[in-house]
Design a protein around this ligand. Structure first.
Ligand code: CIR
Length: 254
């Protein structure tokens, strides 16, 4: 059984952090409806969806992925790179604590969960504007005892590692090579995003099914051509907050 922790969309979403895209008016009502649809697809794919609400005043609290790294053996509560997001951690810690023992990233370390791409026992960790060397060092110390290898990955031009590369299947990744070096992933099958769809590398793998935004039809065609089973969701409003499909849930085995 998979659990998917989500957080309700904040009415303050328009005050979200933005790093790489210009600010646009976000429709709260539409964002909320799109988020509910996303949760419904998670439920249809067999997840027990647990929607938290405790950080509802915090603009970016819908993006739960950044606040924890949940592994089978433990969960790491991050110290987000954006100071405005650090108060989100207590609500997520409480939500995850029923399922895992918790460890934490301490100052001066920073990690955003959007920078952590787990493939089996390898954690690729983006060294980004949000995740620093101290954070990566601390994370390594916490997970190595459980047999994980941490691979730091330079990220340039986008918010997180998972803006640039995500997993589609056992050994297949979706990648935008202008933001991350493909050589890091040697031995893996890479599908490149369509050059006209720079933000298209973020797909959410749930079991063997993929959740993917409707907004990147050319890249979607590439993914489907390779035989993957894709469920599309309209994420237009959350994308205006620099969100994507992986950021809106924490998915883990019960
Ligand atoms: C932020 O800048 O922190 C939010 N506006 C967006 C976070 C998106 N998170 C993610 O991709 N993991």
């Amino acid at each position: 059984m998979l659990v998917a922790i989500t957080h309700a969309v904040s009415p303050n979403l328009n005050q979200c952090e933005l790093s790489h895209i210009p600010r646009q008016e976000i429709s709260f009502e539409q964002a909320r409806a799109q988020h509910a649809q996303y949760e419904q697809v998670l439920a249809e794919l067999g997840c027990q969806v647990i929607r938290l609400t405790g950080a509802i005043d915090m603009p970016d609290s819908v993006f739960v992925e950044d606040i924890a790294v949940v592994l089978d053996e433990l969960a790491i509560i991050t110290r987000p790179g954006a100071e405005t997001r650090r108060a989100e951690t207590s609500v997520i810690a409480e939500g995850v604590s029923g399922f895992r023992d918790l460890s934490r990233i301490d100052s001066p370390g920073t990690i955003d969960g959007g920078d952590v791409l787990r493939i089996e026992k390898t954690l690729y960790v983006g060294n980004s504007e949000r995740t620093n060397e101290s954070g990566i060092f601390q994370l390594t110390g916490l997970v190595e005892p459980y047999g994980y290898e941490v691979v730091p990955v330079p990220v340039d031009g986008c918010l997180h590692l998972k803006s640039a590369v995500t997993q589609l299947g056992e050994n297949t990744l979706l990648i935008n090579q202008s933001w991350v070096e493909a050589s890091v992933f040697v031995g893996r099958h890479l599908i490149e995003v369509d050059p006209e769809e720079t933000h298209a590398a973020n797909a959410l793998l749930v079991g063997s099914e993929i959740i993917y935004p409707t907004s990147f039809p050319k890249t979607l065609a590439r993914i489907e051509e390779e035989g993957f089973s894709v469920h599309t969701v309209d994420m237009s409003e959350l994308q205006k907050a620099e969100g994507a499909v992986t950021c809106c849930s924490l998915i883990f085995r019960r």
